[in-house]
Design a protein around this ligand. Structure first.
Ligand code: NAD
Length: 298
């Protein structure tokens, strides 16, 4: 029988583990991890994401520092704020909510974040560490995908995995993490030929395409594990608004495990943000010496 991988329950376990680490940090080092969230402008979806992040940060006992800037904020102003957050010892994680308004170069802003505080894992130093398998902070959604896979797979070595989507925030880092576990990894994208045949050979299928119902039941071999990262807002045949993934969920009775949408990867993303923040705080508070290159490699 198909096993539904319950992202909500697993994320709750991760969050309670983080809460325990937060208490220990306070007890043993007198440190309360602080996560600064920067929101520029009034994008409705970003507002919702930020509100959820703030609520869950405080729920596990960490400090949430919110910076809401107007849509007309200049790049220089945002870079000045990042510099002040980098220098603030009470801030252990910095998250700049994307997208940013057009007058701001997002890559420049992400590059300005201290890699030790880069809890989104998007800074080139962390990207490089991930690709060389030398520690660093791992992007939240890919880390969440691996935690979900860990609940159903004991030994990844030699398993054939296919990642559909090659974005910097999901597809590529997931592929690198699977490679790190000694999987044989194929990365597919919009121009990949014979995608159904490629997927049919896989033991693990991770889909991050943003294409509703892309992966059909007859693409996936019996006993495979499917992680559906997609979040698509659709209007169904009855005229109702729904959120669906990139996988035709109802056609997956033969798989060994699958994440639902919603309730699969989504809840793991914020849980991993909390986990990254407590990790950053733990590193920087050890020996009271802040974070440096040596600590990053752990
Ligand atoms: P993106 O648009 O940056 O990249 C999509 C990738 O999928 C591209 O590499 C593209 O080539 C590939 N692709 C698109 N359509 C395809 C098709 N028909 N066949 C094969 N490949 C195809 O998207 P992203 O930021 O990586 O996000 C992907 C999806 O994951 C989106 O639905 C997004 O909303 C969702 N997402 C969810 C979370 C979460 O927390 N659950 C986090 C990030 C992204």
């Amino acid at each position: 029988m198909v096993h539904i991988i319950d992202g909500k329950a697993i994320a709750a376990r991760v969050a309670s583990g983080v809460a325990a680490q937060v208490q220990r940090l306070a007890r043993e080092r007198g440190v309360t991890p602080g996560l600064a969230v920067v929101l520029v402008g009034e994008d409705a979806a970003s507002e919702i994401y930020v509100r959820r992040k703030v609520a869950q940060t405080t729920a596990v006992g960490m400090r949430s520092i919110e910076h809401r800037l107007p849509a007309v904020t200049s790049e220089a102003e945002l870079l000045a704020l990042i510099a002040s957050l980098n220098a603030d010892d009470d801030v252990h994680g910095i998250l700049v909510q994307l997208p940013l308004p057009p007058q701001i170069n997002a890559a420049k802003v992400l590059d300005a974040i201290d890699p030790c505080k880069d809890v989104d894992g998007f800074h080139p130093v962390n990207v490089g560490r991930l690709s060389s398998g030398t520690g660093g902070l791992i992007p939240c959604t890919p880390l969440g995908c691996m935690m979900l896979l860990d609940t159903v797979i004991d030994d990844f070595r030699g398993l054939k995995s296919v990642v559909i989507g090659k974005s910097n925030i999901v597809g590529k880092p997931v592929a690198l993490l699977l490679l790190e576990r000694e999987c044989t990894v194929t990365v597919a994208h919009i121009l990949t030929r014979n995608l159904p045949d490629i997927v049919r050979s896989a033991d693990i299928v991770v889909v991050a395409a943003g294409a509703p119902g892309l992966v059909r039941g007859d693409w996936v071999k019996p006993g495979a594990v499917v992680i559906d990262v997609g979040i698509n807002r659709i209007i169904d045949e009855n005229g109702n608004r729904r959120i669906v993934g990139d996988v035709a969920f109802d056609e997956m009775d033969h798989v060994a495990g699958i994440t639902p949408v919603p309730g699969g990867v989504g809840p793991m993303t914020i849980a991993c943000l909390l986990a990254n923040t407590v990790k950053a705080a733990t590193r920087s508070s050890r020996d009271g010496s802040g974070c440096d290159a040596d600590k990053m490699s752990e």
